[in-house]
Design a protein around this ligand. Structure first.
Ligand code: SF4
Length: 434
């Protein structure tokens, strides 16, 4: 029994490569074939275990449904990309920053377009942040100081299951006394698992967040608002919330897709940020988007330092051009303005509108993925990859833009390379063919 246990290597402070919370307090034990996980939530655990269980894993490369070797799959991919007039590169939220760098170089060399999943999630938040800036903090500061936590249009209990227990609501901080010392408010269009844990729940009519934010600003700045109800919410309730906001010592708004993608779009975020700026006259306040995939923030960082823009960058003019609404993936697919697509670290077939998925199916599609995603199933060329953060190392940015180092703890399936290695080999082949 003792020798059985001793075969297992214990890895403390392991980082979960699933959601933008990037919890870094996991303990994993592995002998290379089995993994035991402590501290992760159920989704994080499932992802980590999928590495050794090979559940739904792609294990061989394919070209048009035929099993091939990696060389042939890379050759075919390079041929497709070099032949294309304007190849589109998409995904990159579930891979390392090191892979991002190579993918951006590839897109630039080919005069293509590179975009990440931000263009269908927090893209509008990024536009608002570019316009009005963002007063924000790290999750560590929030854990240590926040005494008022507001979740607007997000449901962390489902999307980021350990967010409340690790960073925002329940942990004991240096200056904050765990749940007892914090007020929690949830604003959403319907009750959720998260709203059940809140001190105050505000139910907004769908699409009326902008009006509610605007009324809150009026109350904070002038003390009143000359209507009785706005967006389905009684003004008295908003006055109560405004009071809580003005009188807290350190407040934070976490917002999600419910705010970013409801009617008003990026104006909602711009208004929420302006509300936080108004509050600066009374107390300390911050705001933060709840980023979904574990390294979607990382792509925005790398793309900005490489090209000057955070996503949806078009190199077809010979220099980086950025104009979401024109250069984002869905707009390009809807206009049929691309003739080949490369997907890595994303699953557009599962999330895009039917019309754009149909167009994706009509052009050569190259997919690099560790799993049989919906996009992998419709690929012309499919290349299996190692799971970043478990079978390959690299860097990733948490939702508060703090960079963390992901660890490799087990080997990938035989013959399977990391995203970065695949992209480097592909870049070499493209350079040869060009
Ligand atoms: S909350 Fe997110 S990062 Fe943390 S363990 Fe769960 S899936 Fe992983």
């Amino acid at each position: 029994m003792i020798s059985e246990i001793s075969k297992f290597r214990k890895i403390p402070d392991f980082i979960c490569p699933f959601c933008g919370a990037l919890c870094d307090d996991l303990i994993v034990e592995t002998d290379g074939r089995e993994i035991k996980v402590e501290n992760a939530c159920v989704v994080g655990t499932a992802k980590i275990l999928s590495s050794v269980k090979y559940h739904k894993r792609v294990l061989k490369p394919y070209v048009d449904g035929r099993e091939v070797n990696l060389e042939e799959a890379l050759d075919k991919s390079a041929e497709i990309l070099v032949k294309a007039k304007k190849p589109l590169f998409y995904g990159f939220s579930s891979t390392s920053c090191e892979a991002h760098e190579v993918a951006i170089e590839l897109a630039e060399k080919l005069g293509g377009v590179i975009d990440c999943t931000s263009s269908v999630c927090h893209g509008p938040s990024i536009l608002a942040i570019q316009e009005v800036g963002i007063p924000s903090y790290t999750l560590g500061e929030i854990k240590n100081r926040a005494d008022l936590v507001i979740f607007w249009g997000c449901n962390p209990m489902h999307a980021h299951p350990r967010h409340m227990s690790r960073y925002s609501v329940f942990p004991r901080g240096r200056f904050s006394r765990s749940r007892i010392g914090r007020k929690v408010v949830v604003v959403d269009v319907r009750p959720t698992e998260s709203s059940k844990l809140a001190d105050m729940f505000i139910q907004v009519e769908p699409g009326k967040d902008y009006e509610v934010l605007n009324a809150l600003r009026a109350i904070i700045n002038s003390g009143d608002c000359r209507v009785k109800r706005v967006g389905g919410v009684e003004i008295e309730k908003l006055k109560e919330l405004a009071d809580m906001m003005k009188n807290c010592k350190f407040g934070i708004i976490f917002f999600g897709m419910g705010l970013t993608h409801s009617l008003g779009n990026y104006w909602n975020i711009s208004e929420a940020i302006s509300l936080v700026k108004d509050l600066y006259r009374f107390t300390k306040f911050g705001i933060m988007p709840m980023r979904g995939h574990y390294n979607v923030s990382g792509f925005n960082e790398v793309c900005t330092w490489e090209t000057g823009y955070p996503f949806a960058v078009d190199f077809s003019r010979g220099y980086p051009w950025y104009n979401p609404g024109e250069t984002d993936t869905n707009s390009i697919l809807a206009k049929r303005d691309t003739d080949a697509m490369f997907v890595l670290g994303g699953d557009p077939a599962a999330h895009f509108p039917r019309a754009t998925v149909n167009y994706m199916k009509s052009i050569p599609l190259i997919v690099v993925d560790p799993f049989w995603s919906l996009t992998a199933k419709i690929a012309n060329v499919l290349i299996p990859s190692a799971i970043t953060g478990i079978e390959a190392g690299g860097s990733a940015y948490r939702m508060d833009s703090v960079p963390l180092k992901l660890k490799k703890i087990v080997n990938p399936p035989e013959g399977v390379l990391s995203d970065k290695e695949i992209l480097e080999k592909l870049l070499e082949k493209v350079e040869e063919k060009l």
